[in-house]
Design a protein around this ligand. Structure first.
Ligand SMILES: NCc1[nH]cc(CCC(=O)O)c1CC(=O)O
Ligand SMILES: [Mg+2]
Length: 354
């Protein structure tokens, strides 16, 4: 029976049955969608999308020092961690069955320069953290961001000349950064810089240097976004960033361009692709998933985290429920996994529900 606006099409032209609403309040409805929502077991039974711990990637911030956790003011509940503490959180991730963690460094300002040279130091914070995690917990996945912004004095993801971000020159440095991280033991290289051609160049270099098994998750459709603000606080690039990133990150008005970007990265050898930010770009996640049927990830970025955590801290929303609702929304949109600062909380909630 074809349904049009709740009325079977076959009955479309027949006059509606008149009921005397005052005499009898009962409607003559055969179909009552509320039946499937009548109790928790029934809702569980018909639920189409569920979040599991397998869907989570936990981003963490590394900082120099020992045995210290420093809160990030604009991300309530998130700390910068020294390497020994990163290992403790990696242990927590392993116990919670979170498959993968992502690492981002806060680089000492004195180590930042125009070229982002510290990115190529095989003993930089990210490399130290990768080695420390892999030594104790070899079975957890470690993903490393490839981009120069945590290391440059100007806060951009690439090299600059005459106020312009250089593409091909930057890619040459990113290739070396990716190799440095692969040598440290990184499992997944995640280029977040949005230079053209970097995925192919990194794939070639990994393959030529014995890292054929290292995966690439490309930040393929990454938009220039105000929602990255708290992240830039966390890695210390907010104050130093000169200008904005609109000549390399995407314009928020575009969707076809996201498909072209994703198509290129797949052709260049990306194993997994990512859309970023998350919540304002659920339409992009859906289009990308439907078009390419690739392992598709989404980043619930720092500003999205801050909105939910901040409102919850003020008592304006139920933080736990808003968190789970936002994460299931990504699954509904077609995401296979989510990078989220809520990963440990969400995993704990999933475990408590079992
Ligand atoms: N290229 C660096 C990078 N990798 C991930 C994020 C943002 C993550 C977040 O906001 O949580 C950024 C910031 C940026 O592009 O300025
Ligand atoms: Mg691209």
């Amino acid at each position: 029976m074809a349904i049009k606006f709740g009325r079977p099409i076959e009955l479309r032209d027949e006059p509606r049955q008149q009921t005397d609403a005052l005499a009898s309040p009962s409607l003559d409805l055969t179909i009552r969608p509320r039946r499937n929502r009548k109790s928790e077991w029934a809702r569980r039974l018909v639920r189409e999308h569920v979040l599991t711990t397998d869907d989570l990637i936990w981003p963490m911030f590394v900082v120099d020092g020992r045995n210290t956790r420093t809160p990030v003011a604009s991300m309530p509940g998130v700390d910068r961690l020294t390497v020994d503490q990163i290992v403790r959180d990696a242990e927590r991730a392993a116990k919670l069955n979170i498959p993968c963690i992502a690492l981002f460094p806060f680089t000492e300002p004195s180590l930042r320069d125009e070229q982002g040279s510290e990115a190529l130091n095989s003993d930089n914070l990210v490399c130290q953290a990768v080695r420390a995690i892999k030594k104790e917990f070899p079975d957890i996945g470690v993903l490393c961001d490839v981009a120069l912004d945590p290391f440059t004095s100007h806060g951009h993801d690439g090299l600059i000349a005459d106020g312009r971000i250089l593409n091909d020159e930057t890619v040459a440095v990113l290739v070396k950064q990716a190799l440095t991280q692969a040598e440290a033991g990184c499992d997944v290289i995640a280029p977040s810089d949005m230079m053209d051609g970097r995925v192919g160049a990194i794939r070639d270099a990994l393959d030529d240097n014995g890292f054929g098994d290292v995966q690439i998750m490309s930040y393929a459709a990454k938009y220039a976004s105000a929602f990255y603000g708290p992240f830039r606080d966390a890695i210390g690039s907010a104050k130093t960033l000169i200008g904005d990133k609109r000549t390399y990150q995407m314009d928020c008005g575009n969707t076809n361009e996201a498909l072209r970007e994703v198509e290129l990265d797949i052709a260049e050898g990306a194993d997994m692709i990512m859309v970023k930010p998350g919540m304002p770009y659920l339409d992009i996640v859906r289009r990308v998933k439907d078009t390419f049927a690739m392992p598709t990830f989404v980043y619930q970025v720092s500003g999205e985290y801050a909105m939910i955590a901040g409102a919850a801290a003020n008592g304006w929303i139920d933080g736990e429920r808003a968190m789970m609702e936002s994460l299931v929304g990504f699954k509904r949109a077609g995401a296979d996994g989510i990078l989220t600062y809520f990963a440990p909380q969400a995993a704990e909630q999933i475990r408590a529900e079992r």
